[in-house]
Design a binder for this molecule. Structure first.
Ligand code: ZN
Length: 321
């Protein structure tokens, strides 16, 4: 049996999980290049990312968390086949350093390299951004299996997009069961493509980025004093102001998905993150896409996430495969 360690390093919390591959009694099915296998969670721990304390403190806490997780799973760190890290930003494909993201203290840092050096770890460490890890986990363990069951197309021939609609809006492109990274680490940053011309200014320096309209805080900005979940609840009760905010959101999400679809033509798009839990955003969405896409009649399936909140950490771990 192989053992893998996955890291989901987010802007607010960090989760580290130990997985066993191929034990036969796993928590998740996974499609690997050798066929279908399974993954079992042996141990999992979380800690706050607490970005205000700086990177050195963060790394010190992380280096204490790692042996705590492996110990709970009765594994020595040297027995791990590999580690996978999902970072809250874009990652340089060769150096593994974080290039940009809203967790500023991590920009320019080589988290994988620092772990390797501190622990003397010699097996592979894979690094990517958290949205790509989510997209990969869904492709190999969640939505991809559903698409294969529904349409008979194997995962090795599927193309998909995973989108996180959470505190930010990020995306990952998957091609044949692999993350499509781009050449220089800037791929998949779909949250920073223009959705509204001359729209709100974004921290990236542009105007009207998709993230400013599709992430949870966007809804909250349009109805001050209410959390995104409350706005959806009010809309369900036909509160006119909340309904207007939700309808505007749905319209913008539809436009965004049409842009992505016209560009990449995926078999399916899978949505994750807090806002993706609202079932109302899926109502009539595929039909609407079908009417407005450049090539009509080729609507992708729009899936709600099939895995729990552990998709990030799972995707990070299976990158090693
Ligand atoms: Zn932006």
């Amino acid at each position: 049996m192989e053992h893998l360690l996955g890291f989901d390093i987010g802007g607010t919390k960090t989760e580290v999980s130990l997985f066993a591959l191929g034990g036969g009694d796993g928590d998740f099915k996974v499609s690997t290049k050798d066929g279908k296998s399974d993954l079992k969670v042996l141990a999992s721990k979380r800690m706050p990312t607490s970005r205000q304390d700086g990177y050195e403190t963060y790394l010190k806490n992380l280096l204490e968390l790692i042996p705590a997780v492996t110990k709970e799973g009765s594994i020595e760190i040297d027995d791990l086949e590999g580690m996978g890290l999902g970072l809250p930003g874009s990652v340089h494909p060769e150096t593994g350093k974080m290039l940009n993201g809203n967790t500023h203290m991590m920009i320019g840092k080589d988290v994988a390299g620092d772990i390797r050096e501190a622990l003397g770890f010699r097996s592979p460490i894979a690094v990517n951004n958290d949205a790509s890890c989510f997209a990969l986990a869904e492709a190999l363990c969640g939505a991809g299996l559903k698409y294969e069951a529904d349409h008979g197309l194997p995962i090795s021939r599927q193309q998909s997009i995973g989108i996180i609609l959470g505190t930010g809006c990020g995306g990952g492109l998957i091609y044949g069961g692999k993350i499509l990274n781009g050449g220089k680490g800037g791929g998949g940053e779909i949250g920073h493509t223009t959705l509204v011309t001359d729209g709100h200014p974004c921290y990236c320096g542009r105007m009207g980025c998709a993230e400013l309209y599709l992430a949870g805080p966007a809804l909250e900005k349009n109805m001050p004093g209410k959390k995104a979940t409350e706005i959806f609840e009010l809309a369900e009760k036909k509160d006119p102001a909340a309904l207007a905010v939700v309808n505007d959101y749905r319209q913008k999400l539809c436009d965004f998905l049409i842009n992505l679809n016209n560009f990449y033509d995926p078999h399916y798009i899978v949505l994750g993150g807090g806002v993706s839990k609202q079932t109302v955003i899926y109502e009539g969405l595929e039909e609407e896409l079908g009417k407005k896409m450049f090539v009509s009649g080729k609507t992708p399936n729009i899936y709600q996430h099939q895995l729990s909140d552990s998709a990030g950490v799972l995707g990070a771990a299976i990158m090693v495969l």
